[in-house]
Design a protein. Structure first.
Length: 151
C-alpha cells in the first residue's frame, strides 16, 4: 500500500512541474495571436481602396474633370442613378440641391448627400448614384453617395 502512495506522490510532482511550463506556452500563444491579429488588421486596412475624398467629402477642384468619379464605392447601398445638371437649393427644405433632367420639372431629382459636398459640382452635368427616400413634396428625393462628372 505504501507503494501506491509513492506512485501518487510522483504523479503529483510531475504534473506540478509541467504546469508552469504549460502556462508560459499558453500566455506566449495568446500574445503571438494578438500581435498577428493587429498586424493583419494594419495590413488589410492599408490594402483598402483609397478614395479621392478628403475631409467631409471635399474634393480638390483640379480633380473635378470629365470622367472623374467621387464618393462611396458601395454601389449596393447607392443603387439608384440619375443624370442631369446640378443646381443649388432643394424644394421647401427637402434637399440641398436639385438635379435638372431632360423631360421637364416633373423629372427633377432633389438631392442631399451624406458623403459628398455637392456645392463643388453646381453647374456641371453629372451622374449620381444614391439611395431614394420618401419625401413630403419632392417627387424624387435622393441621398447621393457617388458622382461621375459627365461634362
Amino acid at each position: 500500500m505504501s507503494e501506491e502512495i509513492t506512485n501518487l506522490s510522483e504523479v503529483t510532482q510531475t504534473s506540478s512541474a509541467q504546469q508552469p511550463k504549460g502556462k508560459i506556452i499558453l500566455v506566449f500563444g495568446v500574445v503571438v495571436a494578438l500581435v498577428l491579429g493587429v498586424l493583419t488588421g494594419f495590413y488589410l486596412a492599408g490594402k483598402s481602396k483609397t478614395s479621392t475624398l478628403t475631409q467631409a467629402g471635399v474634393v480638390s477642384q483640379e480633380k473635378i474633370v470629365k470622367g472623374s468619379e467621387f464618393g462611396s464605392n458601395d454601389l449596393a447601398k447607392f443603387k439608384d442613378t440619375a443624370i442631369g445638371t446640378l443646381e443649388k437649393n432643394g424644394l421647401d427644405g427637402e434637399g440641398t440641391h436639385r438635379l435638372i433632367r431632360e423631360g421637364g420639372p416633373s423629372q427633377t431629382v432633389y438631392l442631399t448627400s451624406s458623403v459628398l459636398d455637392l456645392d463643388q459640382f453646381v453647374g456641371r452635368k453629372i451622374q449620381v448614384w444614391g439611395e431614394t427616400f420618401q419625401a413630403q413634396k419632392a417627387g424624387w428625393f435622393m441621398d447621393v453617395g457617388r458622382i461621375k462628372v459627365m461634362e
